[in-house]
Write a protein that binds this ligand. Sequence first.
Ligand code: COA
Ligand code: AMP
Length: 631
Amino acid sequence: MDYQSVYNRSMQDPEGFWREAAQDIHWYQQPTQILDQTNQPIYHWFVGGELNTCYNALDYHIDQGRGEQLALIYDSPVTNTIKKYTYHQLRNEVAQFAGVLRDNDVNKGDRVIIYMPMVPEAVIAMLACARIGAIHSVVFGGFAAKELATRIDDAKPKLIASASCGIEGKKIVKYKPLLDEAINLSTHKPAKCLILQRPQELASLQAGRDLDWQLTTATAKPVDCVPMAATDPLYILYTSGTTGIPKGVVRDTGGYTVAMKWSMKYVYNVQPGEIYWAASDVGWVVGHSYIVYAPLINGNTTIVYEGKPVGTPDPGAFWRVIEEHKVCILFTAPTAFRAIKKEDPNGEYLKKYNLSHFRALFLAGERCDPDTLFWAQEKLQVPVIDHWWQTETGWAIAANCLGLELLPIKPGSPTKPVPGYNVQCLNERGETISDDDIGNIVIKLPMPPGCLPTLWNNDERFKQSYLSAYSGYYLTGDAGYKDRDGYLWIMSRIDDIINVAGHRLSTGGMEEVLASHPNVAECAVIGVADALKGELPLGLVVLKAGVERSEAEIIKELVQLVRDKIGPVAAFKIAAVVKRLPKTRSGKILRGTMKKIADGQTYKMPATIDDPTILDEITETLKQLGYHQSA
Ligand code: COA
Ligand code: AMP
C-alpha cells in the first residue's frame, strides 16, 4: 500500500476512511454518525456507537480463541522478577479488580487516580476502570505531592490506586508518604485508597481510608464490561501547560480505540500475536497508548519494564529484553539511546545478544538528533523511525508509516503527516509558509479520532489554549517547517515548555516555585541544551534587596524546593543568583535570548531591550555555570 494514496484518501473522505477503520474493532452498537460537526470547534467521532475498550483489549481476544496467548510480560531487573500473563489471566485479574472498584462504589463516570510504579497492577487498574466506565487519571511517579494534589483537586477521584514504593535503579522511592501528603494538601479527599504493598517497603495504612490491595482483591467478585458511548471519556491525562496548572487532556472511548488499532497495523506494522515493547512509563502518554491500550487492542504481547536503559544492570539491558522476549518492535525516547550510547559507544553489549527477530526502532518524545539516529541505525541495522506526537493527540501526528511503506529517512525529520492529520505551517498572519521557512505547526480541524476532544471540565481553556490562535486549526505549540518533499521538521516549542529526558515540563511552573522562596524577588527558568537529556532547566534568580544570606545556601534550598514541589523528574539542579534579568522595555524577560547565549548560538540584540549591558552579566554567569562554551 503506498503512503500517498492512503494519505490522500484520509484527506478527501475522512468519514469514509475512519468508518472503514472502525470496522476493525468490536462494537456493541455501531455508530450512527461517523463525525458530529454540530458543536464546532469541538468535534465528536463515532456518535451513537457503543463499545468497551477493555473488552476490545482483553475479552475480545479470548472470544476469538486466543486466551492462552501471552498478553503481558512484566520484566523487572530492579526486583529480579519476570512474570507472564496470558489474555485469560490478565482478563481475570482485571475483572476481579473491577469488582474491587465496584465494591468501593466506583461507577461509570467516576474518576480514579492511579499513582503507581511500573508494575502490572498499574495496567490492571487502568483496564479495570475502562471495564466499568470509570475514568482513570494516571499520575507519573516522579511527580511530587503538590503536583499530585493539583491533579486530585481537578479530577476529584473517588478512589486512588497506589503502591507502597517504586524502585528507581537501586533506590527505593516511598510512594505512600507522597500520597498521604498530597491528600493533606488537596481540598478534595478521595473516599478510599488502595495500596499495593510491595515487599521492598511496607506502607502504614490509614484505617477507614486505606485498603490493602492484595487482601481486598482476593475476596472481590469479577465484574463484566459495561457498554460505553463512543464519546464517553476513557481517561484524563494531565500534561504541562504554560503555567503551574496542568492541562487535563481528555481521551474519548470510541475514537481512541479505533485510532489505537489502526496505528498498530499501519504506523508500527505489527501483527496480532507479535511482541511489542514501549520502554516508557504508564504515567506518560506513550505508556497509555503503547504499553497498555494499542498493543492489547491489537492482540499483541506487551512488555511492562521496570528498569532503565543503563545501570539495570548495564547498557545491554534493552538488548537482553529484546532477545529474551522476542520483541519485534521497540519504542522509546532518544534520550534512552543517548544514555546507552554514552556508556557503550561501540555497542560491545549489543554483540552479546541475538536480535535477528528485531525489525524496527521507533523514537519519540523529543526531537531525535541525527547523531543518535545514525548510531542506532548503524548498531541495530534496522529502520530507525523518528515520529512526532504529543499527549494531546494520543498517537503519532507525523511518522514513517512502516505498515504502508518505508519512505526514505531524513535524519532530524519525523517524515510526513500520518493519514488523518492535515498538518500545516503558518506564519503570524495565518498564511501558509513557503518551503523551509519556520512557522507555527498547526493541524487543520477536525483532527482524526483519538485526539483530545477537550480538556477535563474546561472547554474554554481547550478553545483558548489550542483553537484560538488560528480559526479552524489546532495549535500544536511546536515550531518548524515542511520541506519541498512534504517532510516535517519539528524544531522547537513556541511556549515555555521544555523537554527533559523525553519528559514534558513547564519552565513557568518552575518559576512559580522559585518565586515562592522568601528571598527571591524575581526569576527566570530556561531550558539549556544537554547531551544526555536533550534539555535541562537552568534557573536565574534575583534576590530581594537586603538579603545577605549565602548564595550557595539559597541555591541549595531552591533546588530542593523544585524537587519537593514538582518532583525529581524536573531534574532542576542548576541555578545562579544574578543582579538583574534582561528585559524588554515593556518588562518581558528575554528568556529566548538567554537560552541562545547558554547554548552558544548567535543571537540578535532585541531591539526592545531595556539595558543591553545586562546580557554581558548573564553571559558571564552562564560561563561560570559551564554554559556558553561554543560561542
Ligand atoms: N518514580 C519516582 N521517581 C522517579 C521516577 C518514578 N517513576 N522516574 C524518575 N524518577 C526520578 C529519578 O530517580 C531521578 O531522581 P534523582 O534526581 O534522585 O536521580 C529523577 O526522577 C530523574 O529521572 P530520569 O529522568 O529517569 O533520569 P535518570 O538520570 O534517572 O535517567 C535516563 C536518565 C536517560 C536513563 C532516563 O531519563 C530514561 O530512561 N529516559 C527514557 C525516556 C522515557 O522513558 N521517556 C518517556 C517518554 S517516551
Ligand atoms: P508530550 O506531550 O510529553 O508527549 O510532549 C510532546 C512534545 O514533545 C511535542 O509537542 C514536541 O515538542 C516534543 N516531541 C515529541 N516527539 C517529537 C519528535 N519526534 N520530534 C520533535 N519533537 C518531539
